[in-house]
Design a protein around this ligand. Structure first.
Ligand SMILES: Cc1ncc(COP(=O)(O)O)c(C=O)c1O
Length: 472
């Protein structure tokens, strides 16, 4: 019973079981609670020792579906606004299922010509979508974190070579501390990447104005003081709490003038370039040395997917090359993407990326981005018109940072009040938003990237928070 070899028909039965469930599940995304009050309890119900005799394929999937649907979060649905998480377009969802069915290793052309070819095309199409130079190249990775790691690994390799050292071969010993500069908008994954790369997450210098954006005067002072020594600058296209941007053209000017490496984190903000309404925010990105973005945010492909682009792909090759007798060699027109990325064996993420771009094209993505911009603008307007909510930051893109502030409330009470509402949101289920701290205040910061979100979903946000706030 528990040996899969004795159950040859189980694979198709398993897929059919999930497909049957998918119909009702997809319909439930618009209406069912985003998170059930009992979800933690339902997750706890999974447990027990490793079974000696397995339960079999279908009984196990039944348990996973029954318990799993209570314990999961409908984060791919239209009323999930926390962090920056997209859903999955129909083409990406289908392609992702196919990815599991085909179970390709995207490590090289010999393992999968399909995955490699589609990665080549996907990266070209993404460069085109974002208006990045055609002679750049890149690689698909698991998300923004690994994309930042990959781009900054290329930066570290460049910086070492400027000192005459091949860091990937000889390490960092004997080199000075690498000067790294950023603004107050840097994402925690950029810091973590610096830590993983041995550059030290605590060793970078922040040049920020009073809001947090890159202070160009301070950055210039720092770069000039280096007296020609190479430096790395991290520019931020889309701060996670507000969607604010560093002045990237000015940052690029300084990097040009002082010969510094410019890495831009555009995990969601790079998509500003997809609409003429917001493209100016991310002007200057095309002058960077490395740029990253995320697939599982605004591209709306399933977790996990991100991409790193570099002006000089050879730096990635020198950083991530892995030669062994049993491994293939890269050819000019057939790059081995595993030699540009941290991982050797790799999920074939290119199937979903290629499929969603092929299915909806440039105009489909412009529509998704502009719908998200409209949703953010709608919420910002509602907040500004309400006398019980307060907008805490401008809304240049797709994130709205605000708090509940009923008339007559004491400033000292507001942080705790907003935290209590956030707690209540989790068990309420109508929407899912979380809090952050902005300008020293506890704030909500819904982000709009999901292709399914409608204006009716947006209207639920203040309605729900006001309702919960009146009892909090
Ligand atoms: C600006 C920015 N950079 C990086 C990341 C990290 O992305 P991931 O969660 O895909 O690793 C995020 C995620 O929210 C982000 O907003």
């Amino acid at each position: 019973m528990s040996d899969p070899l004795e159950q040859p028909g189980d694979s198709i039965a398993a897929l059919e079981r999930i497909a049957r469930e998918a119909d009702a599940y997809l319909a439930s995304l618009s209406t069912a609670p985003v998170r059930l009050a009992r979800s933690d309890e339902a997750a706890e119900a999974f447990g027990g020792p490793l079974p000696e005799e397995g339960r079999g394929t279908l009984a196990t999937l039944d348990q996973l579906i029954e318990g799993g649907l209570d314990a999961h979060v409908r984060s791919s649905g239209p009323r999930f606004f926390h962090w920056v998480m997209g859903g999955t377009t129909p083409a990406a969802l289908g392609a992702d299922w196919l990815t599991s069915l085909l179970d390709q290793n995207a490590g090289g052309w010999d393992a999968s010509p399909l995955a490699s070819r589609l990665e080549l095309i996907s990266l070209r199409w993404l460069r085109d979508l974002f208006g990045l130079p055609a002679d750049w190249d890149g690689v698909l990775v698991t998300g923004g974190q690994m994309a930042n790691f990959t781009g900054l690994a290329a930066a570290r390799q460049w910086w070492g070579e400027r000192h005459g050292v091949d860091v990937s071969v000889d390490g960092l010993a004997g080199l000075p501390q690498a000067p790294v500069f950023t603004s107050g908008f840097v994402h925690v994954t950029g810091l973590k990447a610096l830590g993983m790369l041995g550059l030290g997450r605590g060793r970078l210098t922040t040049c920020a104005d009073s809001v947090g954006a890159m202070n160009l005067v301070a950055l210039e002072r720092e770069l000039r003081a280096l007296d020609g020594a190479p430096a790395i600058v991290i520019g931020n296209a889309g701060e996670v709490n507000t969607g604010l941007f560093d002045p990237l053209e000015g940052v690029a000017d300084l990097c040009d003038e002082y010969g510094a490496w410019l890495h831009v984190d555009g995990a969601f903000g790079l998509f500003a370039r997809v609409s003429p309404r917001t493209a100016d925010l991310a002007a200057g990105v095309e002058r960077a040395n490395s740029v990253i973005s995320d697939g599982h945010k605004w591209l709306n492909v399933p977790f996990d997917c991100g991409f790193a682009f570099v002006r000089d792909p050879e730096l990635l090759a020198r950083t991530f090359a892995a030669g062994a007798a049993y491994l293939p060699e890269a050819a000019e027109d057939r790059p081995i993407f595993a030699y540009r990325a941290p991982e050797l064996s790799r999920r074939a993420r290119s199937l979903a990326v290629w499929a969603t771009l092929a299915a909806y094209g440039r105009s489909g993505y412009r529509a998704i981005v502009e719908r998200s911009l409209d949703n953010a603008a709608r919420l910002a307007e509602q907040v500004e018109e309400a006398d019980d909510f307060e907008l805490l930051a401008p809304v240049p893109l797709n994130v709205v940072c605000f708090r509940y502030r009923p008339p007559g409330s004491a400033e000292t009470e507001l942080d705790a009040l907003n935290e209590r509402i956030a707690e209540a949101v989790l068990t309420d289920g109508r929407i899912y938003v979380g809090t952050t701290s902005w300008a020293g205040k506890v704030a909500f910061r819904p982000a709009f990237v999901n292709w399914r979100t409608t204006s009716a979903d947006v209207d639920l946000i203040l309605e729900t928070l006001r309702d919960l706030g009146s009892h909090a």
